[in-house]
Every structure is written in C-alpha cells, then in structure tokens.
Write a new protein. Structure first.
Length: 94
C-alpha cells in the first residue's frame, strides 16, 4: 500500500481509517456483550448441572470421565478429585 502524496488523498485516507476504527469499536462492543451473555448462560448451565437431583457423568471422546455433578459424586462415593477427571471440568459440562 502506498500513501497518497497529495493532502486530499491523505485526508481521505484518514477519514477511511477513522470510519474503519469506529466500525471495529462497534464490533468489539458487540463481541464483549455476546461474551457476557455466553458466560452468564454457561454459569446457569453449570449451576443446573451441579445441583441436579440426578447424577450426571460426562464422558470424553475416549470414554473417560470428563466431569461429574454432585449427585454423581454421592452415588459413586468418591469426589471428583479422586476420580481423576480428564480435562477441565469447568469447560466440560456442555
């Protein structure tokens, strides 16, 4: 990309960059809002998962235990730390 030599071209380029910056700022705000909504949704799901009256065990693709909820811990008689869960339990409840 070559920079324009004339003042009019420089001004036009500066205006284009300002417009592009404003568009990026709007997109960034939209992404931040979406992130907040997704985090709230994830937290609600996690709370439902953890406190469900039924025991849930989530397996990974290899069939290994990826996560368990509190009811499953009670049924199994072991806490999740002793079950040697694979993966990050905070991200596996999906």
């Amino acid at each position: 990309m070559t920079l324009p030599d004339d003042p009019e071209g420089v001004r036009a380029l500066a205006e284009d960059l300002q417009i592009h910056q404003a568009e990026l700022e709007v997109q960034n705000e939209e992404l931040r809002e979406a992130k907040v909504l997704l985090e709230a949704s994830r937290d609600r799901f996690r709370a439902l998962f953890e406190h469900a009256p039924v025991g849930y065990i989530i397996l990974d693709d290899a069939g290994l235990v990826a996560d368990v909820n509190l009811a499953a811990e009670d049924l199994i008689g072991e806490d999740r730390v002793r079950l040697h869960l694979h993966g990050d339990p905070k991200n596996n409840a999906t």
